[in-house]
Design a protein around this ligand. Structure first.
Ligand code: PEP
Ligand code: MN
Length: 622
């Protein structure tokens, strides 16, 4: 059962409540969920629900109907985010853990780990204790293997994941690794589950070879009931009658689990399929289905691997896969961040009053806020501003370390004001992020499509949902400043005739109900945001550059600049002109190039640009 506490509960009332529960030998867990303090209670309670309902300081009592309690969505509505060092499993950035089936040698692990990090992996996997079907197969390097993993972490910065097969390994695991894996064969080894529950380290719990989702969640409950909430579920295929693949990958477990539990879920397509060529298609499908991450076997020499070679990807295949995932993730509102670990390292080094702060337009829950969370992760401090100029000012003055500004939308084009501000302020673009703009119709709990008569949103959002609104001609359209402020206005009234168009994140923030999701006319609605900063990394290590220039007043000057890009095979991905303020009929050109314009190889190119222009500035290399 779930006790929802009143906001004004006194210390005495809380003490009395706790005493009542401990007297009855209950297991209790206090959490904060959806802005409320909640106590989960498990055990044989002799007092009935009404007894608790009548107690002072209690707002509501809700029974939990599922046999698994602490892991259930009924207990906690918000998603659990499991932290592994700087990596968050269950957030907006998908987490890729990859590496060999078994740790073989330090050289093998280092070689694979470097590729894993280069291609976007953020955790390294490798087994040191291998539960093999045959006692004559390689059983793992044991402690020696754990030491190799610890060395990999030290050298590459990748946290390490490894399987624990017995409680006797607990001390070694505590010493050497970041995530302990419970293998499929041990999913119902209850002593082992209790042991990792007590250890407190993040646990990756694989689904048993022939276990139901309920049995799997009951195993997770063993771990959480010991006080360890850091559980990541991993679907790795189950036994069915189908012999074409090693196991049958149950991707439907993803949406099923998302409903039943708040724990993050990752997919292991390697053990599920058992065949290299089938790993990437299933990995892509898993991300499209909403998985929080993937565990993938990668080997530098699969033909000679001591375990699971045939299902291990070559490093380059893994690289190709992550490029595909980079494209797929935004469709489902997530990101694959190739700079994930690098960003955390930079953010840890920063100091000053604006450190770790990102400023953006509007209010909490705007698409700019979503972009900042997807770019930096959950720990970034939000600083909403009224205008784009305020954002530039805040970054320039140091009030915020970063600014997140929209530059262009795939349907409505460039946001010119920001191009002009980039010209005016001496700040640098240090990164970019593209997010999908998916609009929802949001209203108060209890509202229906029929009760709604007015829809609030800013003009671009209203026009992007024209087809949907055309189907509801009786809805009066009311202009709001921003999507999030429209949602806020609706949340502040208890009027069931009001609705807003905005992001599902805004609906979450303001605790509102989504009436319809994906109501934009064109689903290919993406916005590209630039991340601006006053203190870029020098020398910049990126592969893309944004520059601005104005050409000298001579025939063919612009052509001359374009020609040098063509001569040096530099791909020009964007070219835009803007009038220069105070100089009628003179233009500033903005160009995005697929090269690092500040590295030594570009010196010749820059020399030509400088000859052909009377103004030239690099806005950023990222
Ligand atoms: C593994 O990850 O190497 C492994 C043995 O997995 P599973 O327990 O899913 O078979
Ligand atoms: Mn394996």
């Amino acid at each position: 059962m779930l006790l929802v506490l009143k906001e004004n509960i006194t210390q005495e009332q809380k003490e009395l409540l706790k005493r009542t529960l401990t007297d009855q030998n209950c297991i209790t867990r206090e959490i904060r969920d959806m802005g409320k303090d909640v106590i989960g209670v498990i055990g044989k309670i002799t007092k009935d629900i009404d007894y608790f309902k009548k107690m002072d300081g209690i707002a509501d009592v809700v029974p939990i109907s599922t046999p698994f309690k602490f892991v259930s969505r009924e207990f906690k509505k918000e998603d659990t985010k499991v932290k592994v060092g700087d990596v968050v499993v269950g957030g907006d950035r998908i987490v890729i853990m990859a590496g060999p089936c078994a740790v073989e040698t330090l050289e093998q692990c280092m070689s694979i780990a470097k590729s894993v990090r280069q291609y976007g992996g953020v955790l390294f996997r490798g087994g040191a204790y291998k539960p093999r079907s045959s006692p004559y197969s390689f059983q793992g390097l044991e402690e020696e293997g754990l030491k190799i993993l610890a060395k990999v972490r030290e050298e590459t910065g990748l946290g390490v994941v490894t399987e624990m097969t017995s409680p006797v390994q607990a001390d070694l695991m505590m010493q050497y690794v970041d995530v302990v894996q419970i293998g499929a064969r041990n999913m119902q080894n209850f002593e082992l589950l209790k042991c990792v529950g007590k250890m407190g380290k993040p646990v990756l719990l694989k689904r048993g070879l022939a276990s139901t989702i309920q049995e799997w969640l009951m195993s997770a409950e063993y771990i959480v009931s010991e006080g360890n909430e850091n559980v990541i579920l991993c679907e790795r295929g189950i036994r069915t009658f189908e012999p074409s693949t090693r196991n049958t990958l149950d991707l439907s477990a993803i949406p099923v689990l998302k409903k039943l539990t708040h724990l993050p879920i990752i997919i292991d397509p390697s053990h599920a399929t058992g065949m290299r060529e089938k790993v990437s298609p299933m990995a892509r499908a898993a991300i499209a289905a909403g998985a929080d991450g993937l565990m993938i076997e990668v080997h530098n020499d699969p033909d000679n691997a001591l375990s699971d070679g045939p299902q291990s990807l070559y490093p380059e295949q893994f690289g190709k896969l992550t490029r595909d995932l980079y494209v797929i993730a935004p469709v489902v509102g997530k990101q694959l961040d190739f700079d994930y670990l690098k960003k955390s390292e930079t953010m840890k080094k920063s100091n000053g009053n604006g450190a770790g702060t990102a400023t953006f337009i509007g209010a909490l829950g705007t698409y700019s806020h979503i972009a900042s969370m997807q770019y930096f992760g959950d720990d970034i401090k939000p600083l909403p501003k009224e205008t784009f100029r305020d954002i530039f000012k805040a970054v320039d003055s140091g009030d915020a370390e970063y600014g997140v500004i929209p530059l262009e939308n795939s349907l409505s084009g460039s946001i010119h004001e920001n191009y002009d501000l980039l010209q005016e302020y001496d700040l640098k673009i240090i990164g970019e992020i593209k997010i999908r703009i998916e609009h929802s119709l949001i209203a108060q709990k209890g509202a229906t499509k029929e009760s709604i008569t007015k829809v609030l949103s800013p003009p671009p959002a209203l026009s992007q949902c024209k087809h949907y609104l055309d189907q509801h001609p009786d809805y009066e359209q009311i202009i709001a400043k921003a999507t999030a402020s429209a949602v806020k206005t609706v949340s502040e009234s208890d009027d069931l005739t009001l609705a807003a168009i905005g992001s599902s994140m805004a609906a979450d923030i303001f605790k509102m109900t989504i009436i319809d999701k994906g109501i934009e006319d064109n689903p290919r609605n993406y916005t590209r945001f630039a991340i601006i900063s006053k203190n870029p990394e020098t020398p910049a290590k990126g592969t893309k550059s944004s520059i601005i220039f104005s050409t000298i007043n001579k025939p063919g000057a612009l052509f001359g600049v374009m020609k040098v890009f063509s001569d040096h095979e530099i791909n020009l991905v964007k070219l835009e002109s803007r009038p220069i303020a105070g100089k009628p009929w003179k233009y500033m050109f903005y160009a995005d190039l697929e090269t690092n314009i500040e590295d030594d190889k570009s010196k010749q190119v820059v020399k030509v640009i400088e000859e052909k222009t009377d103004y030239y500035r690099v806005l950023g290399v990222y």
